[in-house]
Ligand binder design. Structure first.
Ligand code: MG
Length: 376
């Protein structure tokens, strides 16, 4: 749709109700009446992602992930967003429907007021981080499209600085692990899920078919700090580059000791969610793993990276199982981080978007405006 300045001004000054033309100020005073004719239009659709392989963590296994696909329309332009809600994080189609239904984005007639709009979204209800992220992502997509630039450029970042991404190998039998590693030969670093009594067996299975660098995610699975340190020394000898959330997030003193003595960087994941949590990880971890679904979206993630850097911490950018929508949104920030783990869209068989690609293991940003996606 072509933007028509004259129509825009007339619509903003006048609103119709039952054929009667009302001045805008009297319209806006109406309660429980007809929705205003302009402003941001939010809509959403529940969707289930099908995983290519059953996904096993230290705590659970699953083969689908519920997501909410979100649209924000304004002046004929559509921004896309997504909430990914793995069950262990407590959000669901029901909770996201309730949260998104409670939002009145039509009160906002300037999508560029991101701070104001996202502050309103945040204070509407506590929690709901993924649902909040879906609105943040759609707004960034929308405003980037209006500016006709991708967000990595708007932020002044260089696409060639985007890092390689790790590809996750779940906990499985030796045979399946070896097969998954062979399938993942394009990737320059593999992420291995540890935290069970088969940890060394997993690493040995991978090393029997590949010398690729590894990182490990323990998902809080190790309880004893000395055992954790011994394991980290062994992992370093086996080509591991960093360790994510080795111990339960509550074991703060043990983790601080481990970080101080560890030959590898220790990265916080479950131990933090949002901007206000970053300070708690300083002196306890070497770095943080930022995920849009935990931190309410791109805007807060950008602030978290700045704060982490001010504290001389490493930064990793992660994701959930997501379509190319949320993964491409996170990828816009990737030139700022040390390590990316943005493989969530590669693990599903029913993606709804075409977006950022992995080429020879490296995140490859495109020139599409907004978050760099097109629906398929
Ligand atoms: Mg993790």
């Amino acid at each position: 749709m072509i933007f028509n300045r004259r129509n825009f001004i007339q619509t903003s000054a006048l609103a119709t109700l039952g054929g009667i033309i009302l001045p805008h100020n009297s319209y806006s005073k109406m309660k429980n009446g007809v929705q205003p004719v302009k402003g941001l239009k939010l809509s959403f659709e529940p969707y289930n992602l099908q995983l290519k392989h059953v996904f096993t963590l230290a705590g659970s296994s699953r083969s689908t992930t519920p997501v909410m696909l979100v649209k924000i329309e304004f002046e004929g332009i559509t921004g896309y967003g997504e909430a990914s809600m793995p069950p262990y994080l407590g959000e669901s189609h029901e909770s996201a429907t309730k949260f998104l239904s409670a939002l009145n984005l039509q009160q906002f007639t300037d999508p560029f007021r991101l701070e104001e709009i996202l502050e309103y979204v945040d204070i509407t209800a506590p929690g709901n981080a993924a649902a909040k992220a879906s609105v943040d992502i759609a707004l960034h997509d929308l405003t980037g499209k209006i500016m006709q630039q991708p967000w990595h450029k708007i932020w002044g970042l260089s696409a060639e600085e985007a890092p390689v991404t790790s590809f996750t190998i779940g906990i499985d039998t030796d045979e399946v692990v070896r097969e998954k590693v062979r399938e993942a030969s394009e990737f320059k670093i593999l992420k291995v899920k540890l935290g069970r009594d088969t940890d060394k067996q997993m690493i040995n299975a991978i090393r029997s078919v590949s010398e690729v660098p590894l990182c490990v995610d323990v998902n809080q699975g190790w309880k004893d700090k000395q055992m954790a340190l011994d394991m980290i020394h062994w992992l370093k000898e086996n080509g591991v580059k960093y360790v994510e959330q080795p111990m339960p997030k509550e074991q703060i003193n043990d983790t601080a000791w481990l970080t101080q003595n560890s030959p590898l960087p220790i990265i916080a994941d479950e131990a933090l969610q949002r901007l206000t949590d970053v300070q708690k990880t300083v002196g306890v971890y070497s770095g943080i793993n930022i995920k849009l679904m935990k931190c309410t979206g791109m805007r807060e993630a950008h602030k978290m990276i700045t704060l982490a850097r001010a504290n001389q911490m490493k930064v990793m950018l992660g994701c959930m199982t997501e379509t190319s929508c949320a993964v491409s949104a996170a990828a816009q920030l990737s030139p700022l981080v040390d390590w990316a783990d943005l493989d969530g869209n590669l693990l599903i068989s029913n993606d709804r978007f075409d977006g950022v690609k992995v080429v020879e293991g490296k995140i490859t940003l495109n020139e599409l405006p907004g978050i760099g996606i097109q629906p398929v």
